[in-house]
Design a protein around this ligand. Structure first.
Ligand code: PLP
Length: 378
């Protein structure tokens, strides 16, 4: 049972699609699938913008989202409060961009005011883009995209490039209403299919910037993807079976409805957090900035890795550990994508038993499950 923030669980409908024979990617049958998938991706992104599909992980989608719209030496402002925010700084630097960072400690959200100050001070409009990770998976923090984006809009010039890899399909991100220029995501997160596809939505303003952008690009040249997507095709051979699976899960998402999807993730988050609190374990991120996709727990009475190990061995439930400096300090419970109330109740019950098996003091038997049940019933 996968309770990690990607790859996430895959429904049987999608798994069965993966077992089919592939079809030709230049066939009419495949064009029909492309047409439906493209339309449904726009629905999911709440946008009329292009939503392009790459054969890559989420990082490839974000790299494409950065390099297609900027030129060597361009100034960009990047928010970093975890591993993924830091990754986009590395990508930007690798391509010769001049990166200024706004930083917050791990477990803390980025301060929108710092973005406002930097953007307002830039009267010569030299900042070409603001790069932001919405849900920082490494810490379980949800950054305030809406407010930060408002400051970017007030600046007028800079593009906003968003890593929505663990927020798209979990949290309301109205791309058109907010005017988000570039939004990157990946198939193994909220999309409920295995890893292998990256998604990038691109606004008209970003396409304007594309015309003069001069960073090197070939496989990740989004112009190629747009040109072919307009004809329901692809520049290169796509993973045909992942498209079959994506067609199936997008239909499932449409049947559930966006509001219900967001409400479910909110409920799973609330239940998980209430349970963790009731078990006396400290949460790594505050309630005000909690990610709907992932809850990071920073236990003090027991080693995080021991918890993960018993959860895996005894219950066959995979939790994620901490990355780099957070290794051994936190464990992370994913509740993103194809995850139900039942799954969370099960994981919490197993976690409670794990704590008892590890003789963790101060844990009231049943308190976690009771708190989760209470949160779910609200
Ligand atoms: C998973 C993830 C990514 C993409 O990682 P890949 O391994 O390249 O798919 C990017 N950003 C965030 C916040 C993520 O959780």
């Amino acid at each position: 049972m996968l309770m990690i923030p990607g790859p996430t669980p895959v429904p049987e409908k999608a798994l069965l699609e993966l077992a089919k024979h592939p079809i030709g990617h230049r066939s009419d049958d495949f064009s029909k699938i492309m047409a439906e998938v493209t339309q449904n991706l726009k629905w999911l992104h709440q946008t009329q913008n292009d939503v392009l599909v790459l054969t890559s992980s989420g990082t490839g989608a974000m790299e494409a989202g950065i390099i297609n719209f900027l030129s060597r030496g361009d100034r960009v402002l990047a928010g970093t409060n975890g591993k993924f925010g830091e990754r986009w700084v590395e990508v930007a630097k690798a391509y010769g961009l001049e990166v200024e960072t706004i930083t917050a400690d791990y477990g803390q959200p980025l301060d929108p005011e710092q973005f406002r100050e930097k953007l307002e001070a830039d009267t010569e409009k030299q900042i070409k883009a603001v790069i932001l990770t919405h849900s920082e998976t490494s810490t379980g923090v949800l950054n305030d995209l809406e407010t930060i984006n408002r400051h970017v809009k007030a600046h007028g010039e800079a593009l906003i490039i968003v890593d929505a890899v663990t927020s798209l399909g979990a949290y309301n991100i109205p791309v058109d209403e907010w005017g988000l220029d570039v939004v990157g995501s990946g198939s193994q997160k909220g999309y409920m299919i295995p890893p292998g596809l990256g998604f990038v939505s691109v606004s008209a303003k970003a396409w304007e910037a594309y015309k003069t952008a001069n960073l090197p690009r070939y496989y990740l040249d989004l112009g190629k993807y747009k040109k072919t997507a307009d004809k329901n095709s692809n520049p290169f051979t796509p993973p045909v079976n992942l498209f079959f699976a994506l067609q199936a899960t997008l239909r499932m998402m449409q049947a559930e409805g966006l509001e219900n999807i967001f409400a479910r993730h909110q409920r799973l988050m609330n239940a998980t957090r209430a349970a963790v609190k009731a078990m006396g374990l400290p949460l790594f991120a505050a309630d005000e900035c909690a990610s709907p996709a992932i809850t990071a727990v920073a236990p003090t009475q027991v080693e995080a890795e021991k918890v993960r190990s018993v959860m895996k061995k005894q219950f066959d439930i995979a939790l994620a550990g901490g990355q780099d400096s957070l290794k051994g300090k936190i464990f992370r419970i994913g509740h993103l994508g194809f995850v139900s109330d039942r799954d969370v109740l099960c994981a919490i019950g197993a976690l409670e038993a794990t704590l008892q098996m590890l003789n963790v003091e101060g844990v009231t038997s049943g308190a976690g499950v009771a708190a989760a049940a209470e949160a779910i019933s609200q």
